[in-house]
Design a protein around this ligand. Structure first.
Ligand SMILES: *Cc1c(COP(=O)(O)O)cnc(C)c1O
Length: 397
């Protein structure tokens, strides 16, 4: 598979360091960490070293890190915990945003069916919440504020420290889905007053199917999977030692290279914005400053994002549209609608997400290719024809 891979918010390639760290745990140190014999105890030592290394990367303590099967599980666990303990105290109100990942939104929809009330904060045109809105939304029944650190579609970064402060003052649990942030930008759970945080290894060059939840010491924590005594009796099941060790190697590497990676990929991303903004009737989605250094998202009027993706795929570029679950879904992305894009414009969106493996040559090829593909799609589009003939008016510029 030799393609230009620009779908790093979807998943990433595993780093060599990560793969090499994992290999011995498949056929050499394969003992069960709960076993008392030497091989089991050595596996246990590596598991705990990984926990310690991961904790350091977000300024947590070792015993505040719980291994999970990924970001979705951590999101579900945090919400279930806050709701269970909230309900005991008669608190049944949750605050979130309109642009969360489906692991949050669909879990909250279930909670609504069970009688919880959910406030969805608006994010405005720049894709960022207003602290005043959060202040107004918190009431005596609020048991949880769950707001993502950085968005997976438009890359916008929320004012996490201010949110944490406000939650602390009001004595409300604060969960953040930091799947797009950990390993990419600075995350400090203490400084930011975070009660629960979700992270996933495959978004920072680690393996798929493994992640962790941070739960602040003293926070309530509900037993998510019943069985053995693993993960402090909270999440049973033999630990995925190889994947956890791989996750830790990948995270330590990502955090130690963070500044270097940003200094290489941000200029490449900015070049994409500068060059592709020259396409007429186009728009950058999300705040231009407060966003992840590797995230590009733009809309081009008069085309379908799905067609754009397929043609780019033919030209060897792996990209993603702004659309929700791209596969088969014709609904435009809830994130793009939440930042105020009309349906027609939200449909014609393109997300490119870079990684440390992205090269300047690849970006130049994309800058050469996208305008010609957009032009071709517009030429064969009946909607574009009507726009040009003035039978409809342009929404963008
Ligand atoms: C990828 C992603 C998830 C889901 O993580 P998995 O490990 O794939 O379950 C959750 N939230 C955000 C913001 C993501 O980008």
């Amino acid at each position: 598979m030799d393609c230009i891979y620009l779908d790093n918010a979807g998943t990433t390639k595993m780093s060599d360091k990560c793969i090499n760290a994992m290999l011995p745990f498949y056929n050499q140190i394969y003992g069960n960490p709960s076993s008392l014999h030497t091989m089991g105890q050595i596996a246990k030592e590596h598991l705990e070293k990984a926990r310690q290394d991961i904790a350091k990367c977000i300024n947590a303590d070792n015993n505040e890190i719980y291994f999970t099967s990924g970001g979705s599980e951590a999101d579900n666990w945090a919400i279930e915990t806050a709701c269970k303990f909230g309900k005991l105290k008669g608190k049944t109100h949750i605050i979130t945003t309109a642009i969360e990942h489906h692991a949050i939104l669909h879990t909250l929809q279930e909670k609504q069916k069970q009688g919880f009330e959910v406030t969805y904060l608006p994010v405005y045109e720049n894709g960022i919440i207003k602290i005043e809105d959060l202040k107004k939304a918190i009431n005596s029944k609020t048991c949880l504020v769950t707001i993502m650190f950085a968005n997976n579609e438009i890359g916008t970064i929320q004012p996490i420290k201010q949110i944490g402060e406000l939650c602390k003052t009001n004595n409300v649990l604060f969960h953040t889905d930091a799947v797009q942030a950990v390993g990419h930008i600075n995350v400090d759970v203490k400084e930011m007053n975070i009660s629960f945080l979700s992270s996933s290894a495959h978004k920072y060059h680690g393996p798929k199917g493994v992640g962790f939840m941070y739960a602040k010491k003293g926070s309530p924590l509900f037993n998510f999977i019943n069985g053995g005594a693993q993960e402090g009796n909270k999440r049973a099941g033999t630990e995925n030692v190889a994947s956890v060790v791989g996750m830790s190697a990948a995270l330590v590497e990502a955090v130690s290279e963070m500044q270097k990676t940003e200094s290489i990929i941000k200029p490449l991303r900015d070049k994409l914005f500068a060059e592709l903004s020259k396409i007429p009737h186009s728009k950058i989605n999300g705040d231009k400053q407060q966003r992840l250094p590797n995230n590009f998202n733009m809309s081009f009027e008069g085309i379908e994002g799905e067609s754009l993706l397929l043609l780019l795929n033919d030209k060897n570029i792996c990209a993603s549209s702004g659309s929700a679950c791209t596969s088969g879904s014709l609904d435009p992305s809830h994130v793009l609608l939440a930042i105020g894009l009309p349906h027609e414009v939200a449909h014609g969106s393109l997300r490119l997400t870079l990684s440390k493996y992205t090269t300047p040559q690849e970006i130049d090829y994309v800058i050469k290719t996208v305008p010609s593909v957009v032009e071709y799609l517009r030429k064969i589009s009946p909607v574009w024809d009507e726009l040009e003939k003035g039978k409809r008016s342009f929404i963008l510029k």
